[in-house]
Design a protein around this ligand. Structure first.
Ligand SMILES: [Zn+2]
Ligand SMILES: [Zn+2]
Length: 259
């Protein structure tokens, strides 16, 4: 398994997961030009993508989708309400959508994929779990950790989860009050301490590699997110790292040597 993050955060989200030879794009929230360049840097052609998984319709997750559907034939996987929104807002998406029901696994190549609901301020939002010879799961853009999220992530070898903000940096930071309330709400974004509790649960259930993502540039620092999560874990055997906002992070994730 290999995970390459191209971008993570409110400026755009996009990552490439390769598992058992199957290439899957996770969100498409940066320009198609950047996606294509990062794919090339990763040694994967657009025609080699087997699926594009969409978490929700916020622009930092789908900004490049309109151009992507013109240049890449991979199916666009999304749950029903997100799919309906994409049909309306992304020209050419309708013919390419593959609609998933949260909780119901489907196969893509040799992999089993399923989505699970997250708690965010959209009509629908999901995380994704990808199972093959190893298991990867992703959950960002969620104001709280629900039982469905815990279940969707638990037992995964590697996860990409959200450590969006430090609560004090957000409270005393420059954002307007309404935005602070939105981010802090159950339908906003996950804080470092909530992420740390989740990470502890995942580590106790076998997860060996935790990538922290969607880290706020204004209300967090990668070192602070890392420190908060690391201090919650009793085992140092778990690898933790931060997905850069704009940069490239490539992790070979195997059964033994992780991250
Ligand atoms: Zn987002
Ligand atoms: Zn969002």
């Amino acid at each position: 398994m290999r995970l390459v993050t191209f971008a993570s955060g409110s400026g755009g989200n996009c990552a490439l997961l390769t598992l058992d030879g199957v290439h899957i794009l996770l969100d498409a929230g940066i320009s198609w030009r950047r996606i294509r360049a990062e794919l090339e840097r990763s040694g994967v052609g657009p025609e080699e993508l087997s699926a594009v998984l969409i978490t929700h319709e916020h622009s930092d997750h789908i900004a490049g989708l309109g151009m992507l559907v013109k240049h890449c034939a991979a199916p666009i996987c999304a749950p029903r309400i997100v799919a309906r929104q994409l049909t309306r807002t992304v020209a050419g998406a309708a013919a390419r959508l593959r609609v998933f029901t949260p909780g119901t696994p489907e196969t893509v190549g040799a992999l089993r994929l399923r989505c699970f609901p997250t708690s965010h301020d959209t009509a629908e939002s999901v995380g994704w779990r990808v199972e093959g010879s190893a298991v990867f799961a992703l959950a960002t853009d969620t104001g709280c950790v629900t039982p469905e999220i815990r279940e969707g992530l638990r037992g995964a070898d590697a996860v990409l989860i959200e450590a969006n903000h430090d609560p004090d940096m957000l409270r005393f930071g420059p954002y307007p009050a309404y935005l602070k309330l939105r981010i802090l709400s159950e339908h906003g974004h996950l804080s470092n301490p909530d992420c740390a509790l989740l990470a502890r649960d995942l580590a106790e259930n076998g997860t060996r590699c935790i990538v922290l993502g969607h880290i706020s540039k204004e209300n967090n620092r990668p070192e602070l997110a890392l420190q908060t999560v690391r201090s919650a874990l009793s085992s140092s055997a778990v690898e933790i790292c931060c997905a850069p906002a704009d940069g490239f992070l490539a992790l070979p994730v195997g059964k033994e040597g992780l991250c």
